[in-house]
Design a protein around this ligand. Sequence first.
Ligand SMILES: Cc1cc2nc3c(=O)[nH]c(=O)nc-3n(C[C@H](O)[C@H](O)[C@H](O)COP(=O)(O)OP(=O)(O)OC[C@H]3O[C@@H](n4cnc5c(N)ncnc54)[C@H](O)[C@@H]3O)c2cc1C
Length: 473
Amino acid sequence: MIDVIIAGAGPTGLMLACELRLHGVRVVVLEREEEPTRVVRALGLHVRSIEVMDQRGLLDRFLAHGTQYPVGGFFAGIPKPSPEGLDTAHSYVLGIPQPVTDRLLAERAAELGAEIRRGREVTGLEQDGDGVTVELADGTRLRSRYAVGCDGGRSTVRKLLGVSFPGEPAGVETLLGEMEATEDPAVIASVVADVRRAQLRFGVGPVEEGVYRVVVPAEDRTVPPTLEEVRRQLRAVAGTDFGVHSPRWLSRFGDATRQAERYRAGRVLLAGDAAHIHPPVGGQGLNLGIQDAFNLGWKLAAEITGWAPEGLLDSYHAERHPVAADVLDNTRAQMTLMSTDPGPRSVRRLVSELMDFEEVNRYLTEKITAISVRYDFGGDHELLGRRLPDVKLGRGRRLYELTHGGRGLLLDGTGRLSVAGWADRVDHVTDVGGELDAPAVLLRPDGHVAWAGGEQSGLLDHLPRWFGPATPG
Ligand SMILES: Cc1cc2nc3c(=O)[nH]c(=O)nc-3n(C[C@H](O)[C@H](O)[C@H](O)COP(=O)(O)OP(=O)(O)OC[C@H]3O[C@@H](n4cnc5c(N)ncnc54)[C@H](O)[C@@H]3O)c2cc1C
Protein backbone atom coordinates (compact mmCIF):
# COMPACT_ATOMS: atom_id res chain seq x y z
CA MET A 1 0.00 0.00 0.00
CA ILE A 2 1.08 3.59 -0.64
CA ASP A 3 1.95 5.35 2.62
CA VAL A 4 1.25 8.93 1.56
CA ILE A 5 -0.53 10.40 -1.45
CA ILE A 6 0.40 14.01 -2.07
CA ALA A 7 -1.98 16.03 -4.26
CA GLY A 8 -0.01 18.65 -6.19
CA ALA A 9 3.58 18.76 -7.50
CA GLY A 10 4.24 22.41 -6.66
CA PRO A 11 7.15 23.32 -4.39
CA THR A 12 5.27 22.30 -1.23
CA GLY A 13 4.24 18.85 -2.45
CA LEU A 14 7.68 18.13 -3.91
CA MET A 15 9.55 19.27 -0.78
CA LEU A 16 7.26 17.08 1.30
CA ALA A 17 7.91 14.10 -0.99
CA CYS A 18 11.68 14.61 -0.52
CA GLU A 19 11.34 14.76 3.26
CA LEU A 20 9.16 11.64 3.44
CA ARG A 21 11.49 9.66 1.20
CA LEU A 22 14.43 10.37 3.53
CA HIS A 23 12.61 8.12 5.98
CA GLY A 24 11.70 5.42 3.47
CA VAL A 25 8.02 6.38 3.31
CA ARG A 26 6.30 5.20 0.09
CA VAL A 27 5.09 8.38 -1.62
CA VAL A 28 3.02 9.03 -4.72
CA VAL A 29 2.60 12.63 -5.91
CA LEU A 30 -0.46 13.22 -8.09
CA GLU A 31 -0.26 16.31 -10.30
CA ARG A 32 -3.17 17.56 -12.42
CA GLU A 33 -1.05 19.14 -15.16
CA GLU A 34 0.63 17.00 -17.83
CA GLU A 35 3.60 19.38 -18.04
CA PRO A 36 5.27 21.69 -15.51
CA THR A 37 4.03 25.28 -15.80
CA ARG A 38 6.14 27.97 -17.47
CA VAL A 39 4.47 30.69 -15.39
CA VAL A 40 7.05 32.30 -13.11
CA ARG A 41 5.30 33.25 -9.89
CA ALA A 42 7.92 33.23 -7.10
CA LEU A 43 11.25 34.83 -7.94
CA GLY A 44 13.37 33.53 -5.14
CA LEU A 45 14.19 31.94 -1.82
CA HIS A 46 14.54 33.80 1.45
CA VAL A 47 17.14 32.99 4.10
CA ARG A 48 15.24 30.29 5.97
CA SER A 49 14.44 28.33 2.81
CA ILE A 50 18.06 28.65 1.69
CA GLU A 51 19.04 27.19 5.08
CA VAL A 52 16.52 24.38 4.62
CA MET A 53 18.12 23.48 1.27
CA ASP A 54 21.53 23.57 2.97
CA GLN A 55 20.28 21.36 5.80
CA ARG A 56 19.38 18.72 3.24
CA GLY A 57 22.50 19.05 1.05
CA LEU A 58 20.55 20.64 -1.82
CA LEU A 59 21.91 24.15 -1.70
CA ASP A 60 24.66 23.70 -4.31
CA ARG A 61 22.04 22.79 -6.91
CA PHE A 62 20.08 25.94 -6.14
CA LEU A 63 23.15 28.17 -6.06
CA ALA A 64 24.15 26.85 -9.49
CA HIS A 65 20.87 28.17 -10.94
CA GLY A 66 20.31 31.30 -8.87
CA THR A 67 21.67 34.77 -8.30
CA GLN A 68 22.46 36.14 -4.86
CA TYR A 69 20.98 39.54 -3.97
CA PRO A 70 21.10 41.63 -0.80
CA VAL A 71 18.31 40.90 1.70
CA GLY A 72 17.11 44.50 2.05
CA GLY A 73 14.13 46.19 0.42
CA PHE A 74 11.57 43.42 0.80
CA PHE A 75 9.20 44.78 3.44
CA ALA A 76 6.53 46.59 1.40
CA GLY A 77 9.28 47.33 -1.12
CA ILE A 78 10.72 49.98 1.20
CA PRO A 79 14.27 50.44 -0.07
CA LYS A 80 16.34 50.04 3.10
CA PRO A 81 19.53 47.97 3.16
CA SER A 82 19.45 44.85 5.29
CA PRO A 83 20.83 45.17 8.82
CA GLU A 84 24.39 44.02 9.45
CA GLY A 85 25.11 40.62 10.93
CA LEU A 86 21.91 38.64 10.38
CA ASP A 87 22.18 35.45 12.40
CA THR A 88 22.70 33.12 9.46
CA ALA A 89 25.45 31.75 7.26
CA HIS A 90 23.32 32.75 4.25
CA SER A 91 22.68 36.46 4.39
CA TYR A 92 21.24 36.86 0.90
CA VAL A 93 18.13 36.34 -1.18
CA LEU A 94 18.55 33.67 -3.84
CA GLY A 95 16.89 34.85 -7.04
CA ILE A 96 15.64 31.75 -8.83
CA PRO A 97 12.48 31.45 -10.96
CA GLN A 98 9.79 29.20 -9.48
CA PRO A 99 9.79 26.72 -12.41
CA VAL A 100 13.50 26.07 -11.68
CA THR A 101 12.80 25.55 -7.97
CA ASP A 102 10.00 23.16 -8.91
CA ARG A 103 12.25 21.28 -11.33
CA LEU A 104 15.12 20.92 -8.84
CA LEU A 105 12.77 19.62 -6.16
CA ALA A 106 11.08 17.24 -8.61
CA GLU A 107 14.49 15.86 -9.63
CA ARG A 108 15.48 15.38 -6.01
CA ALA A 109 12.16 13.73 -5.10
CA ALA A 110 12.51 11.31 -8.02
CA GLU A 111 16.14 10.55 -7.09
CA LEU A 112 15.01 9.67 -3.59
CA GLY A 113 12.37 7.31 -4.99
CA ALA A 114 9.14 9.34 -4.91
CA GLU A 115 6.74 8.53 -7.72
CA ILE A 116 5.42 11.62 -9.47
CA ARG A 117 2.40 10.94 -11.68
CA ARG A 118 1.46 13.82 -13.98
CA GLY A 119 -1.90 14.36 -15.67
CA ARG A 120 -3.65 12.97 -12.57
CA GLU A 121 -6.30 15.21 -11.06
CA VAL A 122 -7.62 14.44 -7.60
CA THR A 123 -11.41 14.76 -7.59
CA GLY A 124 -12.60 12.71 -4.62
CA LEU A 125 -11.45 11.64 -1.19
CA GLU A 126 -12.81 9.42 1.57
CA GLN A 127 -11.18 8.31 4.77
CA ASP A 128 -11.76 5.63 7.38
CA GLY A 129 -9.89 4.24 10.36
CA ASP A 130 -7.18 2.57 8.24
CA GLY A 131 -6.54 4.95 5.40
CA VAL A 132 -7.65 7.27 2.66
CA THR A 133 -9.20 6.50 -0.71
CA VAL A 134 -8.36 9.08 -3.34
CA GLU A 135 -10.37 9.29 -6.55
CA LEU A 136 -8.94 10.69 -9.78
CA ALA A 137 -10.71 12.47 -12.64
CA ASP A 138 -10.40 9.33 -14.82
CA GLY A 139 -12.26 7.30 -12.20
CA THR A 140 -9.15 5.50 -10.82
CA ARG A 141 -9.17 4.97 -7.04
CA LEU A 142 -5.98 4.79 -4.99
CA ARG A 143 -5.56 3.83 -1.38
CA SER A 144 -2.97 5.21 1.06
CA ARG A 145 -2.47 5.51 4.79
CA TYR A 146 -2.36 9.31 4.73
CA ALA A 147 -2.92 12.05 2.17
CA VAL A 148 -1.71 15.62 2.00
CA GLY A 149 -3.33 18.39 -0.02
CA CYS A 150 -0.54 20.49 -1.53
CA ASP A 151 -2.83 21.43 -4.39
CA GLY A 152 -2.63 25.20 -4.20
CA GLY A 153 -4.94 28.03 -3.21
CA ARG A 154 -8.06 26.55 -4.82
CA SER A 155 -7.30 23.21 -3.17
CA THR A 156 -9.73 20.45 -4.09
CA VAL A 157 -8.55 18.45 -1.08
CA ARG A 158 -9.40 21.28 1.30
CA LYS A 159 -12.86 21.62 -0.24
CA LEU A 160 -13.48 17.87 -0.13
CA LEU A 161 -12.57 17.87 3.56
CA GLY A 162 -15.01 20.70 4.19
CA VAL A 163 -12.29 22.67 6.00
CA SER A 164 -13.28 26.33 6.03
CA PHE A 165 -11.00 28.97 4.54
CA PRO A 166 -11.91 32.23 6.22
CA GLY A 167 -10.38 35.58 5.33
CA GLU A 168 -10.79 38.38 2.84
CA PRO A 169 -11.72 37.87 -0.83
CA ALA A 170 -9.67 39.44 -3.61
CA GLY A 171 -10.25 43.17 -3.98
CA VAL A 172 -7.94 43.76 -6.92
CA GLU A 173 -6.54 41.55 -9.66
CA THR A 174 -3.17 41.98 -11.31
CA LEU A 175 -1.86 40.89 -14.70
CA LEU A 176 1.52 39.20 -14.89
CA GLY A 177 3.47 37.97 -17.88
CA GLU A 178 6.76 37.71 -19.70
CA MET A 179 6.94 39.32 -23.15
CA GLU A 180 9.15 41.13 -25.58
CA ALA A 181 9.09 44.92 -26.01
CA THR A 182 10.24 47.17 -28.85
CA GLU A 183 10.78 50.29 -26.73
CA ASP A 184 14.32 51.39 -25.82
CA PRO A 185 15.28 49.78 -22.45
CA ALA A 186 16.40 53.16 -21.03
CA VAL A 187 13.00 54.69 -21.84
CA ILE A 188 11.21 51.73 -20.24
CA ALA A 189 13.30 52.08 -17.08
CA SER A 190 12.65 55.79 -16.82
CA VAL A 191 8.87 55.54 -17.40
CA VAL A 192 8.63 52.67 -14.90
CA ALA A 193 10.49 54.66 -12.23
CA ASP A 194 8.15 57.59 -12.84
CA VAL A 195 4.93 55.54 -12.69
CA ARG A 196 6.03 53.67 -9.57
CA ARG A 197 6.16 56.91 -7.62
CA ALA A 198 2.35 56.75 -7.56
CA GLN A 199 1.48 53.12 -8.48
CA LEU A 200 3.34 50.32 -6.71
CA ARG A 201 1.29 47.53 -8.31
CA PHE A 202 3.22 48.08 -11.51
CA GLY A 203 6.51 46.95 -12.99
CA VAL A 204 8.21 46.22 -16.29
CA GLY A 205 11.55 44.66 -15.46
CA PRO A 206 14.09 42.97 -17.75
CA VAL A 207 14.29 39.18 -17.52
CA GLU A 208 16.83 38.83 -20.31
CA GLU A 209 17.75 40.87 -23.36
CA GLY A 210 14.54 42.24 -24.92
CA VAL A 211 12.25 40.22 -22.59
CA TYR A 212 10.38 41.82 -19.68
CA ARG A 213 8.31 40.70 -16.70
CA VAL A 214 5.22 42.91 -16.78
CA VAL A 215 3.04 43.52 -13.72
CA VAL A 216 0.04 45.81 -14.20
CA PRO A 217 -3.44 46.14 -12.63
CA ALA A 218 -5.99 43.96 -14.46
CA GLU A 219 -9.11 45.23 -16.15
CA ASP A 220 -11.33 42.20 -16.19
CA ARG A 221 -11.56 39.60 -13.48
CA THR A 222 -13.19 36.68 -15.22
CA VAL A 223 -11.62 35.94 -18.59
CA PRO A 224 -8.11 34.59 -19.17
CA PRO A 225 -5.57 37.39 -19.73
CA THR A 226 -4.69 38.47 -23.27
CA LEU A 227 -1.86 40.52 -24.75
CA GLU A 228 -4.44 43.12 -25.78
CA GLU A 229 -5.55 43.53 -22.15
CA VAL A 230 -1.91 43.95 -21.07
CA ARG A 231 -1.39 46.62 -23.75
CA ARG A 232 -4.59 48.49 -22.80
CA GLN A 233 -3.67 48.43 -19.12
CA LEU A 234 -0.10 49.57 -19.77
CA ARG A 235 -1.45 52.51 -21.79
CA ALA A 236 -3.97 53.33 -19.05
CA VAL A 237 -1.35 53.23 -16.26
CA ALA A 238 1.88 54.32 -17.99
CA GLY A 239 0.60 56.16 -21.05
CA THR A 240 2.45 53.74 -23.36
CA ASP A 241 2.45 49.99 -24.00
CA PHE A 242 6.22 49.92 -24.69
CA GLY A 243 5.47 47.98 -27.88
CA VAL A 244 5.00 44.73 -25.94
CA HIS A 245 4.49 41.61 -28.06
CA SER A 246 5.16 37.87 -28.25
CA PRO A 247 4.22 36.89 -24.69
CA ARG A 248 5.89 33.76 -23.35
CA TRP A 249 3.07 33.35 -20.89
CA LEU A 250 0.35 35.47 -19.25
CA SER A 251 -1.27 35.04 -15.87
CA ARG A 252 -3.55 36.82 -13.44
CA PHE A 253 -3.48 36.85 -9.64
CA GLY A 254 -5.60 38.33 -6.90
CA ASP A 255 -4.93 39.66 -3.43
CA ALA A 256 -7.21 37.37 -1.41
CA THR A 257 -5.98 36.61 2.10
CA ARG A 258 -7.27 33.40 3.65
CA GLN A 259 -6.17 30.61 5.97
CA ALA A 260 -7.53 27.10 6.50
CA GLU A 261 -9.11 26.75 9.91
CA ARG A 262 -7.47 23.35 10.44
CA TYR A 263 -4.39 21.87 8.80
CA ARG A 264 -5.41 18.33 9.70
CA ALA A 265 -8.63 16.40 9.35
CA GLY A 266 -7.97 12.81 10.46
CA ARG A 267 -5.60 11.19 7.98
CA VAL A 268 -5.54 14.14 5.60
CA LEU A 269 -3.39 17.24 6.01
CA LEU A 270 -3.01 20.53 4.18
CA ALA A 271 0.18 22.42 3.39
CA GLY A 272 1.38 25.39 1.35
CA ASP A 273 -1.10 27.51 -0.58
CA ALA A 274 -3.78 24.88 0.09
CA ALA A 275 -3.57 26.03 3.72
CA HIS A 276 -2.98 29.76 3.26
CA ILE A 277 -3.05 32.41 0.54
CA HIS A 278 -2.04 36.04 0.58
CA PRO A 279 -0.76 38.68 -1.85
CA PRO A 280 2.82 38.08 -3.01
CA VAL A 281 4.30 41.18 -1.34
CA GLY A 282 7.55 40.36 0.41
CA GLY A 283 7.88 37.11 -1.56
CA GLN A 284 6.87 34.74 1.21
CA GLY A 285 4.30 32.21 -0.12
CA LEU A 286 6.55 29.60 -1.68
CA ASN A 287 8.96 29.91 1.24
CA LEU A 288 6.13 29.33 3.69
CA GLY A 289 5.03 26.22 1.76
CA ILE A 290 8.56 24.75 1.72
CA GLN A 291 8.82 25.37 5.45
CA ASP A 292 5.39 23.78 6.09
CA ALA A 293 6.65 20.69 4.28
CA PHE A 294 9.86 20.73 6.32
CA ASN A 295 7.87 20.80 9.54
CA LEU A 296 5.38 18.13 8.46
CA GLY A 297 7.65 15.62 6.68
CA TRP A 298 9.46 14.02 9.61
CA LYS A 299 6.34 14.01 11.79
CA LEU A 300 4.26 12.19 9.20
CA ALA A 301 7.16 9.82 8.56
CA ALA A 302 7.37 9.12 12.31
CA GLU A 303 3.65 8.36 12.38
CA ILE A 304 3.99 5.93 9.48
CA THR A 305 7.17 4.32 10.78
CA GLY A 306 5.45 3.81 14.11
CA TRP A 307 7.58 5.76 16.58
CA ALA A 308 5.63 9.03 16.67
CA PRO A 309 4.75 10.07 20.22
CA GLU A 310 1.19 11.10 21.04
CA GLY A 311 0.38 14.51 19.57
CA LEU A 312 3.42 14.79 17.28
CA LEU A 313 1.36 14.95 14.08
CA ASP A 314 -1.03 17.47 15.61
CA SER A 315 1.91 19.69 16.47
CA TYR A 316 2.13 20.43 12.73
CA HIS A 317 -1.04 22.54 12.92
CA ALA A 318 -0.12 23.94 16.34
CA GLU A 319 3.27 25.15 15.08
CA ARG A 320 2.60 26.15 11.49
CA HIS A 321 -0.86 27.74 11.73
CA PRO A 322 0.41 30.69 13.84
CA VAL A 323 3.42 31.17 11.54
CA ALA A 324 1.19 31.55 8.47
CA ALA A 325 -1.26 33.73 10.41
CA ASP A 326 1.65 36.06 11.11
CA VAL A 327 2.66 36.10 7.42
CA LEU A 328 -0.93 36.88 6.42
CA ASP A 329 -0.88 39.72 8.89
CA ASN A 330 2.39 41.18 7.68
CA THR A 331 1.17 41.02 4.06
CA ARG A 332 -1.99 42.92 5.06
CA ALA A 333 0.24 45.55 6.62
CA GLN A 334 2.49 45.65 3.54
CA MET A 335 -0.51 46.00 1.21
CA THR A 336 -1.73 48.94 3.27
CA LEU A 337 1.72 50.51 3.10
CA MET A 338 1.70 50.09 -0.68
CA SER A 339 -1.60 51.89 -1.17
CA THR A 340 -1.42 55.21 -2.99
CA ASP A 341 -4.01 56.89 -0.71
CA PRO A 342 -2.71 59.84 1.31
CA GLY A 343 -3.15 58.21 4.75
CA PRO A 344 -1.22 55.00 3.96
CA ARG A 345 1.43 57.05 2.13
CA SER A 346 2.04 59.01 5.31
CA VAL A 347 2.26 55.79 7.32
CA ARG A 348 4.69 54.41 4.72
CA ARG A 349 6.93 57.48 5.12
CA LEU A 350 6.84 57.02 8.87
CA VAL A 351 7.63 53.25 8.70
CA SER A 352 10.41 54.04 6.28
CA GLU A 353 11.91 56.49 8.80
CA LEU A 354 11.47 53.95 11.60
CA MET A 355 13.42 51.41 9.56
CA ASP A 356 16.46 53.64 9.98
CA PHE A 357 16.46 52.32 13.55
CA GLU A 358 18.57 49.18 13.31
CA GLU A 359 16.30 47.16 15.61
CA VAL A 360 13.16 47.93 13.61
CA ASN A 361 14.87 47.02 10.36
CA ARG A 362 16.21 43.81 11.90
CA TYR A 363 12.80 42.85 13.29
CA LEU A 364 11.10 43.24 9.90
CA THR A 365 13.92 41.55 7.99
CA GLU A 366 13.94 38.55 10.34
CA LYS A 367 10.18 38.28 9.87
CA ILE A 368 10.27 38.32 6.07
CA THR A 369 13.18 35.89 5.92
CA ALA A 370 11.49 33.66 8.56
CA ILE A 371 14.64 33.26 10.64
CA SER A 372 12.86 34.60 13.72
CA VAL A 373 10.23 31.83 13.68
CA ARG A 374 10.06 30.32 17.14
CA TYR A 375 7.74 27.45 17.99
CA ASP A 376 6.22 27.40 21.43
CA PHE A 377 7.73 24.33 23.12
CA GLY A 378 7.35 25.79 26.63
CA GLY A 379 10.48 26.21 28.77
CA ASP A 380 12.68 29.24 29.29
CA HIS A 381 15.91 28.66 27.44
CA GLU A 382 16.50 31.32 24.80
CA LEU A 383 17.23 28.71 22.10
CA LEU A 384 14.13 26.58 22.67
CA GLY A 385 11.81 26.42 19.66
CA ARG A 386 14.22 28.34 17.41
CA ARG A 387 16.16 26.90 14.50
CA LEU A 388 19.94 26.84 14.89
CA PRO A 389 21.90 28.58 12.16
CA ASP A 390 24.70 26.65 10.46
CA VAL A 391 27.11 26.90 13.39
CA LYS A 392 30.73 25.75 13.13
CA LEU A 393 31.44 22.54 14.98
CA GLY A 394 34.73 20.93 15.93
CA ARG A 395 37.21 19.54 13.38
CA GLY A 396 36.14 22.11 10.76
CA ARG A 397 32.68 20.62 10.33
CA ARG A 398 29.48 22.64 10.05
CA LEU A 399 26.15 21.74 11.60
CA TYR A 400 24.16 21.52 8.37
CA GLU A 401 26.59 18.96 6.94
CA LEU A 402 25.33 16.59 9.63
CA THR A 403 21.62 16.99 8.94
CA HIS A 404 21.27 15.78 5.34
CA GLY A 405 19.52 12.58 6.42
CA GLY A 406 16.73 14.35 8.31
CA ARG A 407 17.36 12.66 11.66
CA GLY A 408 17.34 14.09 15.16
CA LEU A 409 20.70 15.30 16.47
CA LEU A 410 22.19 15.75 19.92
CA LEU A 411 25.00 18.32 19.95
CA ASP A 412 26.73 17.44 23.16
CA GLY A 413 29.45 19.76 24.37
CA THR A 414 29.60 17.96 27.73
CA GLY A 415 30.62 14.60 26.27
CA ARG A 416 28.68 12.95 29.13
CA LEU A 417 25.24 12.53 27.56
CA SER A 418 23.73 9.53 25.83
CA VAL A 419 20.94 8.85 23.33
CA ALA A 420 20.97 5.10 24.01
CA GLY A 421 17.47 3.83 23.19
CA TRP A 422 16.98 6.47 20.50
CA ALA A 423 20.16 5.98 18.47
CA ASP A 424 18.05 4.65 15.57
CA ARG A 425 16.40 8.11 15.32
CA VAL A 426 18.88 10.53 16.88
CA ASP A 427 22.56 11.09 16.07
CA HIS A 428 25.00 12.11 18.79
CA VAL A 429 27.93 14.46 18.18
CA THR A 430 30.32 15.49 20.94
CA ASP A 431 32.86 17.51 18.98
CA VAL A 432 30.78 20.70 18.88
CA GLY A 433 33.34 23.52 18.89
CA GLY A 434 32.75 26.79 20.70
CA GLU A 435 29.74 28.40 18.97
CA LEU A 436 26.90 26.71 20.88
CA ASP A 437 25.11 28.88 23.45
CA ALA A 438 24.35 25.88 25.68
CA PRO A 439 26.27 22.87 27.04
CA ALA A 440 24.16 20.65 24.78
CA VAL A 441 21.14 20.93 22.49
CA LEU A 442 18.74 18.39 21.07
CA LEU A 443 17.66 19.24 17.53
CA ARG A 444 14.57 17.94 15.80
CA PRO A 445 14.95 16.79 12.18
CA ASP A 446 13.84 20.29 11.07
CA GLY A 447 16.71 21.84 13.03
CA HIS A 448 14.59 23.45 15.76
CA VAL A 449 15.92 23.21 19.29
CA ALA A 450 13.81 20.74 21.30
CA TRP A 451 15.94 20.88 24.45
CA ALA A 452 18.95 22.82 25.72
CA GLY A 453 20.82 21.92 28.90
CA GLY A 454 23.61 19.80 30.28
CA GLU A 455 22.05 17.01 32.33
CA GLN A 456 21.06 13.52 31.18
CA SER A 457 17.86 13.70 33.25
CA GLY A 458 16.69 16.77 31.31
CA LEU A 459 17.53 15.10 28.02
CA LEU A 460 15.61 11.98 29.03
CA ASP A 461 12.55 14.11 29.78
CA HIS A 462 12.60 15.49 26.25
CA LEU A 463 13.70 12.62 23.98
CA PRO A 464 10.36 10.77 24.29
CA ARG A 465 8.36 13.94 23.71
CA TRP A 466 9.81 14.34 20.20
CA PHE A 467 11.21 10.93 19.33
CA GLY A 468 8.82 8.50 21.02
CA PRO A 469 9.62 5.64 23.37
CA ALA A 470 13.14 4.24 23.68
CA THR A 471 13.87 1.07 21.77
CA PRO A 472 14.22 -1.70 24.37
CA GLY A 473 17.74 -2.94 24.93
C1 LIG B 1 2.71 36.90 -8.92
C2 LIG B 1 3.18 36.02 -7.83
C3 LIG B 1 4.45 36.20 -7.35
C4 LIG B 1 4.89 35.42 -6.29
N1 LIG B 1 6.16 35.63 -5.83
C5 LIG B 1 6.59 34.91 -4.78
C6 LIG B 1 7.92 35.08 -4.30
O1 LIG B 1 8.70 35.88 -4.82
N2 LIG B 1 8.30 34.33 -3.24
C7 LIG B 1 7.48 33.43 -2.67
O2 LIG B 1 7.88 32.78 -1.69
N3 LIG B 1 6.23 33.21 -3.12
C8 LIG B 1 5.77 33.92 -4.17
N4 LIG B 1 4.52 33.68 -4.66
C9 LIG B 1 3.69 32.62 -4.06
C10 LIG B 1 4.04 31.23 -4.58
O3 LIG B 1 3.97 31.21 -5.98
C11 LIG B 1 3.09 30.20 -3.98
O4 LIG B 1 2.97 30.44 -2.61
C12 LIG B 1 3.60 28.78 -4.22
O5 LIG B 1 3.49 28.42 -5.57
C13 LIG B 1 2.81 27.78 -3.38
O6 LIG B 1 3.30 26.50 -3.64
P1 LIG B 1 2.34 25.23 -3.47
O7 LIG B 1 3.16 24.05 -3.87
O8 LIG B 1 1.74 25.27 -2.12
O9 LIG B 1 1.15 25.47 -4.51
P2 LIG B 1 1.22 25.58 -6.09
O10 LIG B 1 2.53 26.09 -6.54
O11 LIG B 1 0.00 26.31 -6.50
O12 LIG B 1 1.15 24.08 -6.59
C14 LIG B 1 -0.05 23.35 -6.50
C15 LIG B 1 0.00 22.22 -7.53
O13 LIG B 1 -1.15 21.41 -7.36
C16 LIG B 1 -1.68 21.08 -8.63
N5 LIG B 1 -3.10 20.77 -8.43
C17 LIG B 1 -4.12 21.63 -8.20
N6 LIG B 1 -5.26 20.96 -8.04
C18 LIG B 1 -4.98 19.64 -8.18
C19 LIG B 1 -5.76 18.46 -8.10
N7 LIG B 1 -7.07 18.50 -7.86
N8 LIG B 1 -5.14 17.28 -8.27
C20 LIG B 1 -3.79 17.23 -8.52
N9 LIG B 1 -3.02 18.32 -8.61
C21 LIG B 1 -3.60 19.52 -8.42
C22 LIG B 1 -1.41 22.32 -9.46
O14 LIG B 1 -1.42 22.02 -10.84
C23 LIG B 1 -0.04 22.74 -8.96
O15 LIG B 1 0.99 22.13 -9.68
C24 LIG B 1 4.04 34.44 -5.72
C25 LIG B 1 2.75 34.26 -6.22
C26 LIG B 1 2.32 35.03 -7.27
C27 LIG B 1 0.94 34.83 -7.79
